[in-house]
Design a protein around this ligand. Structure first.
Ligand SMILES: Cc1cc2nc3c(=O)[nH]c(=O)nc-3n(C[C@H](O)[C@H](O)[C@H](O)COP(=O)(O)OP(=O)(O)OC[C@H]3O[C@@H](n4cnc5c(N)ncnc54)[C@H](O)[C@@H]3O)c2cc1C
Length: 404
């Protein structure tokens, strides 16, 4: 650091799933980076996250899949049940890996595999400018520090400051939410290895085992719902969930009643509309977006986090193909370095764009069906879904982001 500020080669803004996966990808490629996180420590709160085969492929490339698998059991079948129609569909998962992991386990394993001094907490980026002499980005922190970086990767989630400085508008929200939590079964549960997805006209409930003694569940309304922003107390949220589930089988009501209050959360659903991904620059100069900062989507497909891990693998690969190793960074001119980085980021966005537009469009259509009371809009979305997307909870897992 000098009086002009601190110099870094690669800076990642945000230490969520995407920031950590990208940092680990770069580390595996022997490229040093610094991850700046506004929170005071690793954000390990939250309940479960479903990881589908595409996410496991990406985690294997980062060489953390094996360790994370020891923390969860594999789902063998997905059961979808319609209560009113007494109808059931079963999707075997024999060739498709599906597991629900604790978000905490995923975050900790990614972080623990990073070299010391990669993560810097209590560091909130409040503005980004451009160095007039070099055209590289300059990051300004809330405590007045200046960090000059060669590459800035925006993994800063929903309210991304990097997305804002690239000219993207804020993501939108559906008038609907997801309520979720964990239920521990100290003597073991009897739900086997099945992922249950049960619905009636009003409500959708998912139940998936994390291991033999822990189950993750979530509830979402099938139609727009009154504003629940005032509902903050976990006990009241749980009571509210139990009340909503009156017409559901007693075993799921008992499961929600027995849930761990510290794991309960209620989140409104945000999304970046697919047309924003099509029409906007997702990189400029030597700044780029990844994860929710680029493509926050409703959780209906369980793919936002998986796609964020894929982003990390592809971005690390593209950068390593074009960027010289750390030690050589100083021996080429700023102009040449700029060109190489631009080529890497352009390759990355080209490779990711179609994939994330597909996921975002599918999840946008599902969100629009549940988020509108207009039957015309619902019907239109259903028609587009039927025409362009497979009707299977596993349809997006058949994707391989390739080698690191
Ligand atoms: C209810 C729900 C259920 C979901 N279920 C699934 C699922 O089953 N499977 C799945 O794959 N995905 C799921 N997702 C999506 C998944 O959780 C997200 O896609 C994923 O967590 C995105 O990670 P990220 O690192 O991009 O963003 P985030 O997790 O939001 O991380 C961003 C980080 O950046 C930090 N930050 C923000 N601004 C700044 C700043 N200015 N300076 C410094 N730091 C900053 C934040 O503190 C945060 O730590 C679900 C999402 C929701 C809401």
């Amino acid at each position: 650091m000098d009086s002009q500020g601190e110099y870094q080669n690669v800076v990642i803004v945000g230490a969520g799933i995407c920031g950590l996966a990208t940092a680990l990808g770069l580390h595996r490629k022997r490229i040093r980076c610094l991850v700046l996180e506004k929170a005071a420590s690793m954000r390990t709160e939250g309940s479960g996250i479903d990881i589908f085969a595409n996410g496991w492929r990406a985690l294997d490339q980062l060489r953390v899949g094996t360790e994370l698998r020891t923390k969860s059991i594999a789902v063998t079948e997905i059961h979808e049940q319609w209560l009113e129609e007494n109808r059931m569909r079963v999707f075997p998962c024999s060739n498709v890996e599906v597991r629900c992991v604790r978000r905490k386990d995923l975050i900790e394993i990614l972080a623990n595999n990073l070299p010391a001094n990669t993560l810097r907490f209590n560091c909130q980026i409040t503005a980004i400018s451009t160095d007039p002499a070099t055209s590289f980005p300059v990051l300004h922190t809330s405590d007045g520090m200046v960090i000059k970086a060669k590459i800035v990767i925006g993994c800063d989630g929903l309210n991304s400051i990097v997305a804002k400085s690239l000219g993207l508008v804020m993501p939108k929200s559906f008038p609907t939410w997801v309520l979720r939590g964990f239920t521990p079964y100290p003597d073991g549960h009897s739900f086997g290895t099945f992922f249950y997805r049960i619905r009636n006209k009003h409500l959708f409930l998912g139940r998936v085992p994390v291991d033999d003694r822990l189950v993750h569940w979530f509830i979402a309304p099938m139609n727009p719902f009154k504003d629940l922003n005032d509902l903050k107390d976990p006990k009241l949220i749980r009571d509210f969930a139990v009340e909503l589930l009156q017409k559901f089988p007693s075993e799921v009501i008992e499961m929600v009643k027995a849930s761990d209050l510290s794991s309960i959360s209620l989140r409104y659903i945000s999304y970046r509309p697919p047309w924003q991904l099509m029409l906007n620059d997702l990189w400029r100069g030597t700044m780029v977006l990844a994860g929710d900062a680029m493509h926050v989507m409703g959780p209906f497909l369980g793919q936002g986090g998986c796609a964020s891990i894929e982003d990390g693998v592809v971005l690390a690969r593209c950068i390593s193909q074009k960027l010289p190793a750390d030690s050589e960074c100083t021996v080429i001119s700023d102009k040449e370095l700029h060109e190489r980085i631009e080529a890497a980021l352009s390759d990355y966005v080209k490779e990711r764009k179609l994939r994330v537009i597909g996921l975002s469009t599918n999840s946008y259509l599902i969100g629009s069906i549940t988020g509108t009371s207009s039957w015309v809009k619902k019907l239109l979305c259903i028609i587009i879904l039927v025409l362009f997307f497979k009707d299977s909870p596993l349809c997006h897992s058949d994707y391989d982001c390739g080698k690191l």
